[in-house]
Write a protein that binds this ligand. Sequence first.
Ligand code: ATP
Length: 572
Amino acid sequence: MSGAKSVAPENRTVIGLTFGNSNSSIAYTVDDKAEVIANEDGDRQIPTILSYVDGDEYYGQQAKAFLIRNPNNTVAYFRDFLGKDFEHIDPTHNHASAHPKDVDGAVSFTIKDKAEEDAEPSTVSVSEVATRYLRRLVGSASDYLGKKVTSAVITVPTNFSDKQKAALLAAANAADLEVLQLISEPVAAALAYDARPEAQVEDKIVVVAELGGTRSDVAVIASRQGMYTVLATAHDYEFNGVALDKILMDHFAKEFLKRNPSAKDPRENARGLAKLKFEAEATKRALSIGANASFSVESLSDGIDFASTINRLRYETLSRTVFEGINRLVESVIKKAGLDVLDVDEVILSGGTAHTPRIASNFSNIFPQTTRILAPSTNPYAINPSELGARGAALQASLIQDYEADDIDQSTHAAVTTVAHISNAIGVISLNAAGEEIFVPVVPAETAVPAKRTVHVAAPKDGGDVLVKFVEGNTHIKVTKPEPKPKEDKTAKVEDAADSDEESDFSDDEEEEEEKREKVWKIGNTLAEAAIRNVKKGGKVEVTVQVNADLSVILTTREVGAQGGVRGQLNA
Ligand code: ATP
């Protein structure tokens, strides 16, 4: 970050920011608790939009309202264009607002941002748009806090390129904002959950589904004692919040035309389309809370007002393709990480679209019951998905605000980017009650190194000499097919079914009995063996595995409560 704006730690006031294509949020930490703060309009989700009317600049919700009356001087959906050449951007979402233009390869917008009637329109680069927008966000934060905000941690998608990050840093610096750190969106969401006082910091595999307006990003993260390693990511630009708006827009436009056969299609006129979109989004949000929602637009087309309602079931049926697309995205990224749904301990739903109850309930069907699905509709303790990113960013900001800018760069990068990690678990072999050899993990797979873990393993009941075998372990999924039913039995059931409806349901259930899938450990390579003599009756053996940064391993074992022990080192 050399050359970037830096502020002395004692002079900083820090915030956490999310800066999305659709919305942005500001959070601030008080007494180790992060809170999302409202801007002067009272909004916590602030539309990432700027609009110019008679030389006045509007931002957020006020700018969004101008998409209907002043679309050409309103700039929306621009964050992803930062640091990109014109030929590599996707302008799909800009059709109803200022269009991006190619100015010597740089993405720019032509807007009338001056007061004078006869002033020439200005051509403003996307970097300048971002700077103006961030200045407004920081201004709102400073007003709220009553002091000038100097610095921020900002979240970015996991596939933001170095060039995009550099462009974002430059845009923030030009808005007089020091960027303490850019952290990835899924890690910010995981941090927001793990920082709760009641959270148990445990080793776990977390899937973060970041579902926004223009994109859906999913990441698989290994969380190992507060260190996060991103194992795999997937990105989609088709199954998103805007697609859900479009489904409702088409639904109501068709209903309008059915009721008014001679009226013009509201989708064929820019203002009609903008009105449809505005109201469709509001209806969609209402359907996340209630079983029914209304839709009403004044003068939708040919001066005709329109009002209707829709229930959630109908909406969910219409939106099936989008929901299924999101399911597939989640399944694909777990596969990409080389894992199975049974390996996932927690699914965090983040982003505005994550409020949709059906998306969360679909996830409950994909994952086993033991996986925590953290969404408002499935878990009463879930954090508002729209606030996770900003909260995580604010927590990170408060953790690092006392460091000099140069130190932050070096000391915190590893914690939130990919660091060396072990791919197999390391553990020991023990015997279960039935006397079978089982694997007891000491350091789980995907643990970032260096790492040191200790476990206690029961020695054989009668004590004596114990051989501790250090091995690598892998999980695999054991599938047990239900026993095929004897033939005559089946015939009997079919006959019974003909007699009684109830029984027919019952027999159907039985036939559809699902195969059983469970995660089991497979014992891999033996790393070392150590003998401990004369362990007392009912004694325990302590086993410690330390994996160094160069992936060399130190193994130690001793009887709990006894002197001495055995130690060995393996080179990487
Ligand atoms: P992106 O960068 O993908 O465009 P973002 O991160 O800027 O998205 P978010 O606020 O996370 O923006 O998501 C915006 C989307 O969430 C919009 O499509 C919005 O309609 C939708 N949304 C917001 N609240 C709800 C809700 N309660 N129910 C359903 N959808 C919602």
